[in-house]
Design a protein around this ligand. Structure first.
Ligand code: NI
Length: 162
């Protein structure tokens, strides 16, 4: 387990589409462990593999206050959305900034877990926002392309970075 370097906006890897995972081997388990370590160390609520330079469709999320409820999603696909929420978002790849983004208020996602077992996950509010934000990373999309009123400095803002 190790903390990896987080790629920052301007790095072309963040604009690339990640590849589907076809098997979970030891290397992929290590990648997941490193992603969790890196996310927690950076105090983020989510991280996608391309953010540490690996173009694989893997994301980790933890929106719990205690930071003890990690969610691992391999090859995630949104299969249902409902409603909409408008709120501030940040990203570990865009340090010091926040911006307002519209997202669905509810999402249902299909994915594989660390044992390559398929499961579905439903999320509302922050979890729904995090799922959409992280899946965007797998498609080479940063939230800065979706902000409604431009980026702001996060100085006065307590928002969690994803
Ligand atoms: Ni992000």
């Amino acid at each position: 387990m190790a903390i990896r370097n987080i790629r920052k906006i301007g790095d072309s890897i963040l604009t690339k589409v990640s590849k589907k995972v076809d098997k979970v081997d030891k290397r992929l388990q290590e990648l997941i462990d490193d992603m969790l370590d890196t996310m927690y160390a950076a105090e983020g609520v989510g991280l996608a593999a391309p953010q540490i330079g690996v173009l694989k469709r893997v994301i980790v999320i933890d929106v719990s206050e205690e930071g003890n409820s990690p969610i691992v999603l391999i090859n995630p696909e949104i299969i249902e959305t409902e409603g909409c929420q408008v709120g501030d978002e940040g990203c570990l790849s865009v340090p010091g900034k926040v911006g307002t983004v519209e997202r669905p208020n509810y999402v249902k996602v299909k994915a594989y877990d660390r044992d390559m077992k398929e499961f579905t996950l439903e999320g509302t509010e922050l979890l729904a926002r995090a799922i959409c934000h992280e899946i965007d990373h797998l498609n080479g999309i940063l939230y800065v392309d979706k902000v409604i009123d431009g980026l702001r400095d996060a100085d006065d803002d307590e928002d969690d970075e994803e």
